[in-house]
Ligand binder design. Structure first.
Ligand code: ADP
Ligand code: MG
Length: 571
């Protein structure tokens, strides 16, 4: 199905073309023709990021009758941000149509300009339920000619306690109006609304396998509760190009994390319900302009936000309402782009991941919290990428260049890079050189995740884990080499070996296990530039735990503007 085959007007097709939408999304392909066909009510279950706004927006715009000057369509949605966004989207779709008036009506802002705009004549009203209800009570909106009512993100509107407002508004629109309800989930409350206000609605489900969801990789890392914040920082440091949302459970936590990130020199700000509307607008503007690269938000505040090209969603804590996870992860992987959603969980939260896996119908991959070395490597690569991409402007630099060259005479290319990198990264290197492993448990080898805590090792074998993996170029042969170097005498028979990205599991005879662990502890061994550590799989390494405690006392890494933060602390 193409947009041109749907019976949409040339003006709308023009609007779509300007937005560079090439093909309708699955929701659009089903919903647009259905709405254009007749006035039948419709219930559509679809995840976020599936293109619902155009799915209802295009056909509604198409069916507007120009001679009518009171509202013909009413779109209700849960938040002010979403309200402004939908209104803006509709403006874009209708850019080539003449004289279509779209009005956003939302709370937290002066009602008077909204009332004035309404009285001037409006075709489409996009509103949050509270403010809309208020306007109706003041008898300042004439809904006698409403033909279409959209309930967007219906589940969230009900979650937010808008039920009474919705009921009041719905009873004020003509019975003949077509009702269109969009929701990601179908809790009882939503079903009740459909029964009460909708007539024999057509039901459409766009499965979880929509374009958006398929582009999102779901990952989780297991950390101790107290390591959540350092783990978050590591993830951010590990992905230098991260542009994403960090989700927290409460407003308090949201503000707290944003403040800490800010103090540590990251470009992060919070978005939650305790902020004034002006503050929220300012934050969103900065985020869209990428002046800040991380938004720390509550579920409600970020609901339905449409920001393109987010690379990561971080679930700093999983939502109480696990269904919200879908909305969170749906903020990334949009419009054909790839995205990653990472959850930080503690050891008692595995069941939550399982639960979400089931409802989502998509697997979660356990990942590790990046180590200091991995982070430094990632930062260096990013630095090199920037270096290779920068196009120096001719001019002053050229004049100084001969002098620079003379100064660095005799320094090899490799040495130059080394010096440059250490200059740029010395704080990161200093800091992470001493930082402990934050993983609360070793990564389970694939396929063995089900029986957590009960490893399938042969009875007389013990399973050990070594902090080296594919990333470090470890092979079975090299592992044997390491084992033999530590234990020269007894020629330990290494059993099954499972090499994952970051670490490797291997079986040795139970009798030899402790000796080998002690051997590695006593004889410092290096491999691929890192201190080799070996422990029993499924148990923390005691030496590491001590180290961790010591390091924690020292405090956190500073990034980007460490000088400034230091100053601030002094004053
Ligand atoms: P939803 O309301 O389902 O969460 P949106 O309507 O906000 O989704 O659309 C999500 C994103 O996808 C927006 O950035 C939108 O511009 C884009 N989009 C929508 N439809 C298309 C399409 N047919 N082709 C490309 N991008 C699209
Ligand atoms: Mg939407």
């Amino acid at each position: 199905m193409k947009f041109t085959d749907m019976g949409l007007s040339p003006e709308l097709l023009d609007g779509i073309a300007r937005l560079k939408f090439e093909q309708p999304t699955p929701v659009q392909a089903t919903v647009i023709p259905a709405i254009l066909k007749d006035q039948r009510d419709l219930v559509a279950l679809a995840q976020t990021g599936t293109g619902k706004t155009a799915a209802f927006g295009l056909p509604i715009l198409q069916m507007l009758k120009r001679e009518i000057k009171t509202p013909q369509a009413l779109i209700l949605c849960p938040t002010r941000e979403l309200c402004m966004q939908i209104a803006r989207d509709l403006e874009h779709f209708s850019a080539s149509m003449h004289g279509v008036q779209i009005l956003a009506v939302y709370g937290g802002a002066d009602i008077r300009p909204q009332l004035t705009a309404m009285s001037r004549g409006v075709d489409v009203v996009v509103a949050t339920p509270g403010r809309m209800h208020d306007m109706l009570r003041r008898r300042r909106a004439n809904f006698a000619r409403i033909q279409h009512v959209v309930l967007d993100e219906a589940d969230e509107m009900l979650n937010m306690g808008f039920e009474e407002d919705l009921q009041a508004i719905l009873s004020d629109v003509p019975d003949t109006a077509q009702k269109l309800l969009f929701s990601a989930t179908m809790p009882k409350q939503v079903a009740a609304i459909t029964r009460k206000y909708m007539k024999n609605p057509e039901e459409i489900t766009v499965g979880t396998r929509n374009a958006g969801a398929d582009n999102v990789r779901h990952e989780y890392a297991v950390v101790h509760a107290r390591d959540r914040y350092p783990a978050l920082k590591r993830l951010v440091d590990f992905y230098p190009e991260m542009y994403g949302i960090v989700f927290c459970r409460t407003r308090q936590e949201t503000q707290d994390i944003a403040d800490r990130l800010g103090r540590d020199g990251y470009k992060a700000e919070s978005l939650h319900g305790d902020l004034t509307q002006a503050q929220r607008d300012r934050v969103m503007k900065k985020f869209r302009a990428r002046e800040i690269t991380m938004l720390v938000a509550t579920d409600v505040a970020a609901r339905g936000l449409d920001v393109d090209n987010l690379t990561h969603i971080i679930n700093y804590s999983l939502p109480d309402e696990l269904g919200s996870y879908t909305h969170r992860s749906g903020r990334t992987g949009r419009a054909g782009k790839n995205g990653v959603s990472i959850a930080l969980i503690n050891m008692r939260e595995h069941y939550k991941v399982k639960h979400i896996e089931k409802t989502l119908g998509r697997p979660f991959i356990q990942r590790s919290v990046p180590s200091g070395i991995e982070i430094c490597e990632a930062q260096l690569l990013a630095l090199m990428k920037r270096l290779s991409e920068v196009s120096p402007e001719p001019g002053l630099i050229d004049d100084i260049l001969p002098l620079l060259c003379k100064n660095l005479e005799g320094v090899s290319r490799e040495d130059l890079l080394r010096r440059f990198a250490s200059l740029e990264l010395h704080r990161m290197l200093d800091y992470y050189g001493k930082e402990p492993d934050l993983n609360a448990e070793p990564l389970s080898p694939p396929g063995k995740r089900a029986g957590r805590g009960q490893r399938a090792s042969d009875s007389d074998m013990a399973e050990l884990v070594i902090n080296l993996g594919k990333r470090n170029g470890l092979s079975p042969k090299k592992l044997m080499g390491l084992v033999n170097a530590v234990d020269r005498s007894s020629n330990i028979a290494v059993g099954r070996i499972n090499i994952t990205q970051m670490q490797t599991y291997f079986n040795v005879p139970s009798a030899a296990a402790q000796g080998l662990i002690d051997g590695f502890a006593q004889k410092p061994t290096e491999f691929d530039g890192r201190d080799v550590r070996v422990a029993r799989a499924g148990q923390g390494d005691p030496a590491k735990r001590d180290q961790k405690r010591a390091a924690r006392r020292k405090g956190g890494a500073q990034r980007r503007s460490p000088e400034r933060s230091k100053q601030r602390r002094r004053t």
